[in-house]
Design a protein around this ligand. Structure first.
Ligand code: AKB
Length: 316
């Protein structure tokens, strides 16, 4: 049985990966940490939980030893839009937290999952069907920290033989924990506002294409790559995973199929628009499909239907 530690377990990705890991591997075998302990009390009280800063290596090492941890999901990070407000803080948390995790993994023989992002690409990257191995010169501090993180994970693998693995997540859409401070957050907010007000004011231009993924597929990717046969992995970290690519106009058109009165307007935020314009329109994910059988289940229509049905069930 695996013994898993999830750092950043109360965030958007962390909380849902934590729930699925506790369901699969048993609550006592999945230890959670986060900088806060006042959200999702079901997770906080449903198994071992520690309130700790992701850079506090001493405390995290003690937790790893006490619970015989063999796999760490390092999910604590400042997202792209928030990162631009305080770049040094974002660098310190995103890279400081990752180095701390990698060192603990090296000393204790743990495997590590680290999420990278479409943010690891920049304006000189090929924009459509962005290849797995290509130009990476991001212009946001979030992207800079993601590229550095990808390289650091590769380094710990070839230098110290740490079993590091990871994927480049698109914008993640979910209906449990809201995202915070990302450029792709609009794609989640739009569903809530559609159900509540039949109107959404979008902070990106209507024709801005970005890759997105529905949470069940994102969870599946994170767990599947950690269970993949290492002999098949030619890449280890930062696999492109693609699921769907759309712009706000298209998403609004799909929402209108289910909520006919829905309207969208635009008040463009120049900071988030500049970040979005520097990212790819769509990724090519051949390596993930061949090396560990990646295959998403949801497309824009099935995701839209599930999001709206779920939000309606909860709120109306
Ligand atoms: C963000 O918008 O910052 C994130 C991401 C794409 O990594 N959702």
């Amino acid at each position: 049985m695996k013994h898993i530690l999830i750092i950043g377990s109360l965030g958007q990705l962390g909380s849902e990966i934590a729930m699925e890991c506790r369901r699969r591997y048993g609550s006592d075998n999945v230890v959670l940490t986060d900088i806060r302990d006042d959200t999702n009390l079901e997770l906080v009280h449903g198994g071992p939980f520690y309130k700790v800063d992701c850079r506090d290596g001493k405390t995290i090492a003690e937790i790893v030893q006490k619970h015989h941890i063999d796999t760490i999901y390092h999910l604590a990070a400042i997202l792209s839009a928030t990162a631009e407000k305080n770049p040094l803080n974002a660098w310190n948390i995103n890279i400081g937290g990752l180095v701390t995790t990698l060192e603990i993994a090296r000393e204790n023989g743990c495997a590590v999952f680290t999420p990278s992002s479409i943010g690891a690409f920049g304006p000189t990257t090929p924009k459509k069907f962005t290849p797995q191995d290509t130009i990476q010169r991001p212009t946001s501090i979030y992207g800079v920290s993601k590229v550095a993180g990808e390289l650091l994970c590769d380094y710990y693998n070839h230098k110290y033989d740490v079993d590091t693995r990871g994927v480049r997540f698109p914008g993640v859409i979910s209906n449990m924990t809201p995202p915070g401070g990302g450029t792709t957050d609009y794609a989640v907010e739009i569903y809530y506002e559609a159900v509540r007000k039949e109107h959404y004011t979008c902070f990106l231009r209507g024709d801005t294409y970005l890759d997105m993924i529905y949470m069940p597929d994102a969870i599946q990717a994170a767990i599947q790559i950690m269970e993949a046969d290492p002999a098949r992995l030619r890449h280890r970290n930062a696999f492109n995973i693609a699921s769907m690519s759309f712009c706000p106009e298209e998403q609004a058109a799909y929402i209108r199929k289910l909520i006919p009165g829905f309207t969208i307007s635009y008040e463009v935020d120049p900071v988030r628009q500049a970040i979005a314009d520097s990212w790819p329109d769509s990724l090519e994910d051949y390596a993930a499909r061949v090396e560990w059988d990646w295959k998403p289940k949801y497309d824009l229509f099935s995701m839209t239907k599930d999001m709206i049905d779920t939000i309606k069930r909860r709120e109306l």
